[in-house]
Design a protein around this ligand. Structure first.
Ligand code: 26Q
Length: 842
């Protein structure tokens, strides 16, 4: 049915009565702008434009509205002289831009109408987008959620980062093995970018430092670098939801400072002619696909310095322009820098260098300012994941910064010496410089010393930080440490990803929940309302059908939407324990083939995996291979495959998450207690009505507290129990010997049951041997508890109505996990920034 085009604004949005739009445009007006733009960008009429061109044109049209709002925001920020939040992060996992921008502007309904009228398939056009995968996982996605909330809350902010030419690799499977393909996300250009070459910055490396005396006798230092590169900024606009406010994500690309060497070129030395360009551009060529520290990679340190130095200089340009002698003592009132983990911590000595060497401040004054400007978010608990840079490398690349770090450390240690009565052990632990196993710069210590506030990302994590990794710092500077439990944006992970659920919620309690998720608790009033519960079921079913076609068209995978959809999607890491899920699957298989369980007693279930392994993490890659092998066997076992299926969706990313999460019944959050700092997937699932099976780890603890014990499937050891067991000496083999089911499942894997080709037996062995000999993350110790809880889950799932009620309780109780709440906590506890459009308390 065609929608009538009209000039009347009242019927623009069929849901206008419940969800008012900000946008001041009629479908006819939009249609005209759009059609003009088609011709303008493709020199064609609509009829002969292909999908790609239509996608591009639509983006260009939408972008205009956001650009206008951005211009207004800039004017507002300037006139109010507001404090700025500068978020420094090496990663941003932004996800597709078009859907989010349509939502934020309120244009979505108009576009749907206009497209229907023009006979254009909206869904098809939307799916044209290649997402910018400029991050590895949780930390990068968190940064993207926070910038969305900062915009929605009208907080002036700039998110600084790197415009990697190749983002996180594209994962494909060959013979069950992970194969990495380059992510060519920029191949067709990117329509959302605003590049500002006029705001470039020169970034230097290497060389030496000269000590000089001024005419007044003052010693000063002059850094004579070896070489420099150009940093060119490209902005992505981040529009707030239903507000005029638009922040930017400013990503830096490296370019050569030299033009092509025409002399060499004319002599026919083509390679030499462009050598300096190639060398410079290498800096922002690829995202490191590791999500734990890869020690000692020079290029990685270059990336870190490159983007933080460019960002600081950009900020000085904005704040002080060409002022010769600005009042720098008020810098902490003008800006707060948030360090997203230790990756941008080299910004600390860089700010010191700017203040001392460029603006001629003395060291103490510079330190007073610097230590008021920075704050540090820690995202890990694994001591081996803390970044430590080789002193020799640091000195070679950034000699002046190394000098400043020594000076910072010396003053700090002098103070500590006094405070601790020269306790050498304590000082060695807190020193920025480690002596063994190699001389290194400990970035977490530097960050902690330099920051006004240090935060963990979930309650348990912050407590463990204070009692383990950063214990001595927390003992001496307790006021520094705060907790801010992570959050996720309800715009992308509910409104965009799950429009059926969002519409049902809005119909039921009004639209206010999108900006104030506390309102979701009102849904609890419907716990006994059968018609509401039926609708909630229907939403899940619709989402499962949507997921089914995603799997079918995208991956040629068959999925039965009538099954318990059991999902584990996250990076592949031993501590996250994908192998525990695997052992559960193998146990069901084993029970089936040995006749321990009848087919009709098996709960129909589809297990969905999604996980990328760092290319250099061989054990993780063996686990991927084993999951694929087990999946292949299960899916081809007659009888069993009518009840149990295992689907490993390749290349899990934000786009895929938007299909997978809304279709899930069960969310697997099964890390060893004390290892997952927070998790954010866990929040996305709960807010979309999946129930969690989880350990008391990271933010699971808080999810469980909010949803209640009855609505959360808890299992496994607690962190203190884990601690005790490792003190006592953990012996995985004892669990193997004493548990026949566990033993036979592991034996089955080891004997090659799932290795359909002899050359793949290795993966089975690698995984089993490690579990028996080391099992660093105590999979075997939690095995029985996990099997038991899965039995309980099956029983509970059989009672549809009670399951749906639990679903409702999860959605209604998890409003706390909105990134708006998290960002407000950062504002109150850490940044002391204020909104510029005054409507943020709605
Ligand atoms: C560091 C140095 C060299 C190369 C790579 C890295 C690197 C890159 C990415 C180290 C770590 C990361 C990413 C870490 C990460 O995503 N951590 C997750 O952060 C989430 C947001 O706070 C938490 O919810 C997760 O618990 C945590 O694992």
């Amino acid at each position: 049915m065609k929608v009538e085009m009209t000039n009347s604004k009242e019927i623009v949005n069929p849901k206008q009565d419940i969800e008012p739009d900000l946008i001041d445009i009629t479908p006819d007006e939009f249609k005209k702008t759009f059609l003009d733009e088609v011709t303008d960008t493709s020199a064609r009429l609509l009829g002969s434009a292909d999908c790609d061109e239509i996608y591009y044109t639509l983006c260009r049209t939408v972008r205009k509205y956001i650009a206008k709002r951005r211009a207004k925001t800039v004017r507002e920020i300037k006139s109010k002289n507001s404090k700025l939040v500068a978020y420094l992060s090496a990663e941003y996992l932004l996800g597709p831009q078009l859907t989010n921008n349509l939502l934020s502007t309120g244009l979505e309904y108009i576009v749907r109408q206009v497209f229907e009228d023009l006979d254009i398939n909206y869904e098809k056009i939307i799916s044209e987008e290649v997402e910018p995968g400029l991050g590895n996982g949780g930390l990068g996605r968190l940064a993207a959620c926070y910038i969305d909330s900062l915009s929605t809350l009208s907080i002036p902010a700039i998110a600084y980062g790197i415009r990697y030419e190749y983002g996180i690799f594209k994962q494909i499977f060959e013979n069950g093995y992970q194969v990495e393909k380059p992510d060519t996300w920029l191949r067709n250009g990117n329509v959302w970018e605003f590049t500002h070459p006029q705001h470039d910055q020169i970034i230097s490396f290497g060389g030496r430092v000269l000590e000089k005396k001024s005419t007044t006798g003052k010693t000063y230092y002059s850094w004579i670098p070896d070489y420099s590169v150009r940093a060119v900024p490209t902005d992505y606009l981040s529009p707030g939801y239903r507000t005029e406010h638009v922040n930017i994500i400013r990503l830096w690309s490296a370019r050569s400072t030299n033009e092509l060497d025409l002399g060499s070129f004319n002599k026919g030395f083509f390679h030499e002619a462009s050598e300096s360009q190639v060398k410079a551009e290498n800096i922002t060529k690829v995202l490191y696909p590791e999500d734990t520290t890869e020690q000692g990679k020079e290029l990685r340190l270059k990336q870190q310095y490159f983007f933080t130095s460019a960002s600081l200089k950009d900020l000085f340009r904005r704040l002080y322009g060409d002022e010769v002698d600005p009042d720098l003592s008020t810098l902490p009132e003008k800006v707060s820098f948030q360090l997203n983990d230790t990756h941008p911590v080299v910004a600390v000595p860089e700010l010191m260098r700017i203040l001392i060497d460029v603006y001629d401040l003395d060291f103490d004054k510079a330190w007073e300012i610097t230590s008021q400007c920075f704050n540090y978010t820690c995202h890990t608990l694994l001591p081996e994941a803390l970044e430590v840079w080789d002193v020799e490398l640091f000195e070679r690349l950034l000699p002046r910064h190394m000098q400043l770090i020594y000076q910072i450390n010396k003053r700090f240690l002098n103070k500590m010496s006094e405070a601790t009565n020269h306790n050498i052990l304590l000082m060695a632990d807190m020193s920025v410089i480690q002596e063994a196993p190699f001389r290194g710069v400990r970035m977490a210590n530097l960050a902690t010393i330099a920051s006004k506030k240090v935060n963990g990302v979930a309650e348990l994590h912050t407590e463990l930080l204070k009692s383990s990794v950063l214990k001595n710092f927390a003992d001496f500077f307790p006021e520094k440490f705060v907790n801010v439990t992570n959050g996720i944006t309800p715009r992308r992970f509910m409104k965009v990803a799950n429009s059926s659920l969002s519409d049902l919620i809005t119909e039921t309690i009004g639209h206010g929940w999108v900006k104030d998720t506390k309102k979701l608790t009102e849904l609890k009033n419907y716990i006994d309302d059968s018609s509401f519960l039926e609708k909630l079921d229907q939403v899940k079913q619709d989402n499962k059908l949507r997921f089914k076609s995603f799997l079918h068209y995208g991956y040629q995978m068959t999925y039965n939407p009538e099954t318990l959809t059991d999902v584990m999607v996250k990076r592949l890491h031993e501590y996250k324990r994908q192998t525990l899920k695997l052992l559960h699957i193998v146990t069901i298989y084993n029970d089936y083939i040995t006749g321990n369980i009848k087919l009709e007693d098996i709960t129909p279930r589809t297990v969905i995996f999604g996980a990328k392994a760092a290319p250099g993490y061989s054990q993780a890659k063996e686990i991927i291979k084993l999951i694929n092998d087990v999946a292949a066997k299960i899916n081809s076992t007659p009888g069993l495959n009518e009840r149990l299926n295992v689907l490993f969706v390749p290349n899990y990313n934000v786009t895929a998450s938007e299909y997978i999460i809304p279709a899930s019944d069960l969310s697997e959050q099964i890390s060893l207690a004390g290892k997952e700092a927070s998790g954010t997937g866990n929040m996305k699932f709960a807010l979309n009505g999946a129930l969690t099976v989880g350990t008391l780890d990271g933010a699971n603890v808080e999810i469980r507290n909010l949803v209640g014990d009855d609505n959360f499937f808890l299992f496994g050891m607690t962190e203190p129990e884990v601690h005790k067991l490792s003190e006592k000496g953990y012996k995985p083999y004892d669990y193997y010997e004493s548990n026949p089911k566990l033993k036979s499942s592991l034996d089955l894997i080891a004997k090659g049951e799932f290795s359909y080709k002899t050359d793949t037996v290795f993966s089975s062995n690698a995984v089993v041997l490690d579990l028996l000999a080391n099992d660093r993350f105590m999979v075997l110790a939690d095995y029985q508890a996990y099997i038991d809880i899965q039995h309980r889950i099956e029983k509970e799932y059989a009672n549809k109505k009670s399951w749906t009620k639990k679903t409702l309780m999860n959605i209604a109780s998890c409003g706390f996990f909105s990134s708006d709440r998290a960002v407000k906590e950062y504002i109150d506890k850490i940044w002391q920034a204020a909104p510029i459009f005054p409507d943020w308390d709605t």
